[in-house]
Ligand binder design. Structure first.
Ligand SMILES: Cc1cc2nc3c(=O)[nH]c(=O)nc-3n(C[C@H](O)[C@H](O)[C@H](O)COP(=O)(O)OP(=O)(O)OC[C@H]3O[C@@H](n4cnc5c(N)ncnc54)[C@H](O)[C@@H]3O)c2cc1C
Length: 551
C-alpha cells in the first residue's frame, strides 16, 4: 500500500500570524490533505501530510489562491519522515504552557533539538484562561468601580454604564495579542524547537507517541498543567456549574452569583462580578477567607468586601446543590442551622488538580502523590530518572512563575545532569482583589509550625504616608521575625497595589535580612513599599511618633 507523504513547503509573503492561519486553512481545504502545520509566519514554511496520490500542483495552487507563493522543499514518505524525526529529538516537552515553554527554550539554549507538543491552545492556562484574562477583567471593572464610587475626593468623574460584553471582547483581544507576542512569536526565535499539535502519550522504553508518530528522545519534560477541581457536593455534578474557565468567558452578566471557595481565584472573580453589577454570595468551608494568609489580613479583607456589598459566609458546610426553575439553590449549614441561598449562576473555585490522565504514566513508572500530582524531587525529576516534570502538574504551589522556574530547572537537569534545585525560598503570592493581598515567606502560624519562636509586627495602613495621599487607608502590613536572630521570616501586605511592593520582602527574606536592618534601609518616600520599613520599625518604635520619612 502506498504511504502517506510529508511535504515541506517554503512559503513567501506571510507577514503576520493571520497569514499563517490563511495558509494553514487553504491547505487543509485541499482534498487529500491530512494535516497542515505552519509553525508561525516567521518560519516561512509549512509541513503538510497528504494522501499518497495528492500531487504538488494542488498544494501550490491552494497557497497561490490564498495570496502567497509556495515551492516544494522536500517530499518523502511519512514513515521515513517519522523515523528520521524520532531519532533526531533530544528533548520532548509535553504541554506548551508556561512550564513547557520555559523548558523548551532552555533546551534550545543548551543546543538540544526539542519537540514541544500541545494538545490544546498554545500558551496554556496563564495567557488563555488564567492570569492574563482574570487580571484584564479585574482592571477593567476596577476602573469602572473607581469612577462609580469617586474614591478620590475633589476629582469629578462621570461613570457610564458598564458594557460587560465589551469588557469581555477587550479581554479576548488582549489574550490573543499576548498569546501571539509571548508564545507564537517567541517560538520563531528558536528554530531548534519543533512545535507539534497533538496529544502525547508515553510508552515504555523512552518512547513518546504523538498523532501516530513515534519519538525516542533522550529525556522528557512533563508540563501538562492542571484543571479546575470541585469537591464531591451532592447534586453538584448533576446540575452543572461554572468553573473559573467559564467565568472568564461569560458573555452575559448574571444578576446574581454564588461563589464556592474564597481563595485567590474565587475572591478575584467574586469581586469582579460584584463590581460589574452582580449580587454575589461567597461560601467558604474554612473559618476565614484567603485561608492560607494571615488571619488579620483575611478579617480586614472580608470587612472591605462586605462594605462593597459582597455576602461572605465562611465556616459553612454545603450539603446540597439543586437547580430549580433555572436558578441554582445551594443548601448549607453553619453549626446546626440549615440555610439556603439562590442565584442565577454558580461558580465553583475550590482548587485545581494535575492533568495526568491518558499520559501512560503508570506504564513508565512515574508515580503520583496523594492529590494526583506528579511526584518530583528537588531536581524536578520524577520517579522515572529520564522523565522530569514542571509546573501545575506537580501540584502546589500553582503560580505561573513557579511553573516557568521549574520548567527551566527541569530542562537544565534533564540535559546536563541533576545540578540545579527548585528554589522557592521566600516565594511571593498575590491575590488580586482590591485591596490586594501580597505575601512572601511564612505566615506566623507556618513559622511556629516549623519550630520558630517569633516576633510579629502589624502596621495599619493609616501610618503609611502613601496611603494617606492616595486617600485609601484600607489595609495593613504584618511582618514575622525569628525571635532569636531577628531574621525576617515572612511578610504580608494588604493594600491597593500591594503586589508592587512585595518583591522587597522576598529579597529581604532570601538575603537573610533582620528586621533591624530593614528598618535602617533608605526607602523612597511616598511609596507603599516604604510601609515595609515602617512595619519593621514598629518592632522597636511607636510609628505614630515618627516624623516624615521615619529616618
Ligand atoms: C483564573 C486563574 C488565574 C490565575 N492567576 C494567576 C496569577 O495572577 N499569577 C500567577 O502566577 N498564576 C496565576 N494562575 C496560575 C497559573 O495560570 C498557572 O500556575 C500556570 O499557568 C501553570 O502553567 P503550566 O505550564 O504548569 O500549565 P498550563 O499552562 O496549564 O499548560 C499545560 C498545557 O499542557 C497541555 N497538555 C496537557 N496534557 C497534554 C498531553 N497529553 N499532550 C499534549 N499537551 C498536553 C494542556 O493543553 C496545556 O496547554 C491563575 C490560574 C487561574 C486558573
Amino acid at each position: 500500500m502506498a504511504s502517506r507523504q510529508e511535504v515541506l513547503l517554503a512559503i513567501r509573503g506571510m507577514t503576520c500570524e493571520a497569514c499563517a492561519d490563511h495558509v494553514r486553512q487553504a491547505l487543509r481545504r485541499v482534498a487529500g490533505v491530512v494535516s497542515a502545520e505552519v509553525p508561525g509566519w516567521r518560519s516561512a514554511q509549512t509541513r503538510v501530510i497528504t494522501s499518497p496520490e495528492l500531487n504538488d500542483v494542488a498544494l501550490l495552487g491552494a497557497v497561490g489562491e490564498a495570496g502567497y507563493r509556495a515551492e516544494v522543499r522536500e517530499r518523502r514518505p511519512l514513515e521515513e519522515a517519522r523515523r528520521a524525526d524520532g531519532e533526531a529529538i533530544d528533548l520532548v516537552v509535553i504541554g506548551a504552557g508556561s512550564a513547557g515553554f520555559a523548558a523548551a527554550i532552555r533546551g534550545a539554549e543548551l543546543g538540544a533539538r526539542v519537540l514541544l507538543v500541545e494538545k490544546g491552545t498554545m500558551g496554556g492556562t496563564c495567557v488563555n484562561l488564567g492570569c492574563v484574562p482574570s487580571k484584564a477583567l479585574i482592571r477593567s471593572v476596577e476602573a469602572y468601580h473607581e469612577a462609580q464610587t469617586r474614591r478620590f475626593e475633589g476629582i469629578s468623574t462621570t461613570a457610564g454604564v458598564l458594557q460587560w460584553h465589551r469588557v469581555i471582547a477587550q479581554k479576548d483581544a488582549l489574550v490573543a495579542a499576548l498569546r501571539r507576542m509571548k508564545y507564537a512569536d517567541v517560538l520563531q526565535a528558536y528554530p531548534e524547537i519543533r512545535y507539534l499539535e497533538g496529544q502525547a502519550r508515553l510508552k515504555p522504553g523512552g518512547v513518546v507517541h504523538v498523532n501516530g508518530s513515534v519519538f525516542r528522545p533522550r529525556k522528557v519534560v512533563l508540563a501538562t498543567g492542571s484543571r479546575p477541581w470541585a469537591p464531591p457536593i451532592p447534586g453538584l455534578q448533576e446540575v452543572g456549574y461554572l468553573a473559573s474557565d467559564d467565568a472568564l468567558t461569560l458573555r452575559e452578566l448574571p444578576r446574581s452569583l454564588i461563589v464556592i471557595g474564597a481563595s485567590a481565584v474565587g475572591l478575584e472573580l467574586a469581586q469582579t462580578y460584584l463590581r460589574a453589577g452582580s449580587h454575589v454570595t461567597v461560601l467558604e468551608a474554612l473559618p476565614r477567607i484567603v485561608p492560607m494568609e494571615e488571619p488579620e489580613v483575611g478579617e480586614a479583607l472580608r470587612s472591605y468586601l462586605e462594605e462593597e456589598g459582597m455576602v461572605i459566609r465562611p465556616g459553612v458546610r454545603i450539603t446540597r446543590v439543586e437547580r430549580i426553575l433555572g436558578r441554582y439553590r445551594v443548601t448549607f449549614t453553619e453549626g446546626q442551622e440549615e440555610e439556603v441561598v439562590e442565584a442565577e449562576q454558580l461558580l465553583v473555585a475550590t482548587g485545581r488538580r494535575a492533568n495526568t490522565a491518558g499520559l501512560g504514566l503508570e506504564e513508565v513508572g512515574v508515580e503520583l502523590g496523594p492529590k494526583g500530582e506528579i511526584r518530583v524531587n528537588e531536581y524536578a525529576q520524577t520517579t522515572n530518572p529520564d522523565i522530569y516534570a514542571a509546573g501545575d502538574c506537580t501540584g502546589d504551589p500553582m503560580f505561573v512563575y513557579v511553573a516557568a522556574h521549574m520548567g527551566t530547572v527541569a530542562a537544565d537537569n534533564a540535559l546536563n545532569g541533576n545540578h540545579r534545585t527548585v528554589d522557592l525560598e521566600g516565594l511571593p503570592r498575590i491575590t488580586f482583589t482590591d485591596p490586594q493581598v501580597a505575601s512572601a515567606g511564612w505566615t506566623e502560624a507556618q513559622a511556629r509550625e516549623r519550630g520558630y519562636a517569633v516576633n510579629t509586627a502589624v502596621l495599619s495602613l493609616e501610618h503609611v504616608p502613601r496611603a494617606q495621599v492616595a486617600r485609601d487607608l484600607r489595609g495593613l502590613i504584618k511582618l514575622v521575625a525569628d525571635r532569636d536572630t531577628d531574621r525576617l521570616l515572612g511578610a504580608s501586605i494588604l493594600a491597593a497595589e500591594a503586589g508592587e511592593a512585595i518583591q522587597t520582602a522576598v529579597l529581604s527574606i532570601r538575603e537573610g535580612y533582620t528586621t533591624r536592618r530593614l528598618a535602617q534601609l533608605i526607602f523612597p518616600y511616598l511609596t507603599l513599599v516604604e510601609g515595609l520599613k515602617l512595619a519593621a520599625q514598629t518592632f522597636e518604635k511607636d510609628v505614630s511618633r515618627l516624623s516624615c520619612c521615619a529616618g
